[in-house]
Unconditional design. Structure first.
Length: 158
């Protein structure tokens, strides 16, 4: 895993086109899928009923698409760190796609690219494409353009 450290949010302005990651692999087990189902009240059989899912189109349970999307929030800080900030916030997402399903027991990881960066009042806003890859699969599980804002740390008087 290779995390890129930006010394200050303004350094993101020079990072357009910068590749990020990959992260370490993460196993997607039925327990994680079940916890997500409980948290979101999405108990569709294709996610939580291994017996019925065995007869379904994938032959096993699959992760919720939104569970896969939420992994961008795990993978982003594993790919980059922005120092000298008061906080970083998720501002939104653009262009979310789920080209492939994550089957229970498969492993996923994140890979990214800085697409845009611009100054905002007291912050730098950055658009990062996060690709959630599935080990051994040609098509990724998720492709999302995340929007983050990194607010400048207050300057300390000396």
């Amino acid at each position: 895993m290779s995390k890129i450290i930006f010394e200050h949010p303004v350094k993101l302005l020079d990072a357009i086109g910068q590749s990020l990651g990959p992260t370490e692999w993460l196993g997607v087990e039925q327990s994680r899928i079940d916890e997500f189902a409980r948290a979101t009240d999405d108990h569709q059989w294709i996610h939580v009923d291994p017996v019925k899912a065995a007869e379904g189109p994938f032959g096993v349970c699959i992760a919720h698409g939104y569970l896969t999307l939420s992994m961008a929030n795990k993978f982003l800080p594993e790919m980059l760190q922005v120092d000298n900030t008061s906080m970083g916030v998720n501002y939104g997402c653009d262009s979310v796609r789920f080209p492939n399903a994550v089957k229970v027991g498969q492993r996923i990881r994140g890979r990214g690219e800085v697409l845009e960066a611009e100054c905002k009042p007291g912050a730098v806003q950055v658009l990062i494409r996060v690709i959630v890859e599935i080990e051994g699969e040609a098509r990724p599980a998720c492709a999302v353009n995340t929007i983050s804002r990194f607010y400048f740390a207050a300057e300390r008087e000396t």
